[in-house]
Design a protein around this ligand. Structure first.
Ligand code: PLP
Length: 405
């Protein structure tokens, strides 16, 4: 008899955004005239920039012509894109990454979720709390998380590292032995970014223990403050302990297009094996490369005009983030994030629970947010708002919240 992967049964049932959708739907049905504003899910709203669209149109025309048609592409991505990545995302920041250390993919979610394929099942995993749920659930599916403790709302074999205002949103180095450490900066959901000093402590810690840092930099483009590291490879020693994930989703509106990349330096070796070679083997077995047309579109963001257009969209989202942060602060709330991120992480007033505050804002302000508790136990007492909405709707949402408070 074929048997299923029983780890799926252990995954907690209600997925955060499904629950938000359920509550929103129920409210809208009961109040059909309510004009809800969504500042919940982290999806972009602005269209692709003209340089990307033009590059993709050209690529479509190439695919329509026998002389320029392309079938299967390289598993690891086309050189034209990898060269642009190496040049603009790394060399321009003084970081030397080789082209064959870059693996283009259909997005950071796939790579973060699939990277476990190259690691032993008994590696011990540490995640920040609150956390982007993909890191936890993918390890649970692969059997690295142990049993799920319903009361604690946590997996027994995963080390949760509280990442809260109390520790300046930089988790303490764990006492428990850990092998795989997920870090995300700028962070989803807290919107905060790790400093050079904080990241250096993590790199030194990982190198001391031969651990691996899985560094998710999906929101790198939103960093505005001078001096913050944009890539973990700006930190000395990172090439022997870190894998970095990047995404074009929030950078260039590619959530529906699907493109990202992962960097695995050649220096990253464990038990005599190159992790770069293992990932290449994994990708060539299970992945047939990202679409040529999409990669052409992604490469266009590295041209001068593409870069300027993409920056204008990011500036637009960042203005929204500022509107949310300043508006909520003026209403007396304590707010984090927003400066280097499209996410605003807001403390609930008077110790209110995350879901209670979510309900209050849904029912009294008709604004949809995301309860922090959905990202992990230490997210309780916070809500997340996103800057990806339209400018007018964002301003209106903030005014409504201020009136309710
Ligand atoms: N990593 C983080 C921290 C995210 O928040 C997201 C998307 O919300 C992703 C990765 C997924 O990126 P992609 O769209 O490239 O799969």
């Amino acid at each position: 008899m074929a048997r299923v992967n029983e780890n799926f049964e252990k995954l907690p049932g209600s997925y955060l955004f499904a629950e938000i959708a359920r509550r929103t739907e129920a409210y809208q049905q009961a109040n059909p005239d309510a004009a809800l504003i969504k500042l919940g899910i982290g999806d972009v709203t602005q269209p692709l920039v003209p340089a990307v669209v033009a590059a993709m149109h050209e690529a479509v025309d190439e695919q329509a012509n026998a002389a320029t048609f392309k079938g299967y592409g390289p598993y690891e991505g086309y050189d034209f894109l990898r060269e642009a990545i190496v040049e603009h995302d790394f060399k321009a920041r003084g970081v030397d990454i080789a082209i064959d250390e870059v693996f283009v993919s259909d997005g950071a979610k796939s790579d973060c979720g699939n990277i476990g394929d190259i690691f032993a099942r008994d590696n011990r995993v540490a995640v920040c709390d609150p956390v982007y749920p993909v890191y936890v659930d993918s390890n649970a599916i692969e059997g690295r998380a142990g049993e799920y403790d319903v009361d604690a709302e946590a997996w027994m074999n995963i080390t949760y590292m509280p990442t809260t205002a109390e520790n300046d949103f930089c988790p303490a180095l764990p006492d428990a032995p850990v092998d795989l450490i997920y870090l995300c900066s700028p962070n989803n959901p807290t919107g905060t970014a790790l400093t050079r000093e904080q990241l250096t402590r993590w790199v030194d810690y990982a190198n001391d223990r031969d651990a691996i840092i899985l560094f998710d930099a999906a929101y790198e483009r939103f960093i505005t403050e001078e001096g913050l590291p944009h890539t973990i490879y700006e930190i000395p020693g990172a090439k022997t302990c870190a894998i970095e994930f990047r995404s074009f989703s929030k950078t260039a509106g590619f959530t529906g297009m699907r493109c990202g990349y992962t960097v695995i330096p050649h220096e990253l070796v464990r038990q005599g094996q190159s992790l770069n070679a293992l990932w290449m083997r994994r990708q060539s077995t299970k992945f047939n490369g990202a679409s040529y047309i999409i990669q052409k579109g992604a490469a266009a963001i590295y041209t001068p005009e593409g870069a300027a257009q993409v920056q204008a969209v990011i500036d637009f989202y960042q203005r929204n983030a500022r509107v949310i942060k300043e508006g909520l602060e003026s209403a007396g709330l304590t707010v984090y994030g927003a400066v280097n991120s499209p996410y605003v992480w807001c403390k609930t007033p008077d110790g209110m629970g995350s879901w209670d505050f979510f309900n209050k804002l849904l029912e009294e302000a008709n604004v949809i947010t995301t309860p922090g508790a959905g990202f992990g136990p230490a997210g309780e007492g916070y809500i997340r708002l996103t800057a990806f909405g339209e400018a007018d709707a964002t301003r209106e949402a903030v005014e409504r919240i201020k009136r309710v408070l």
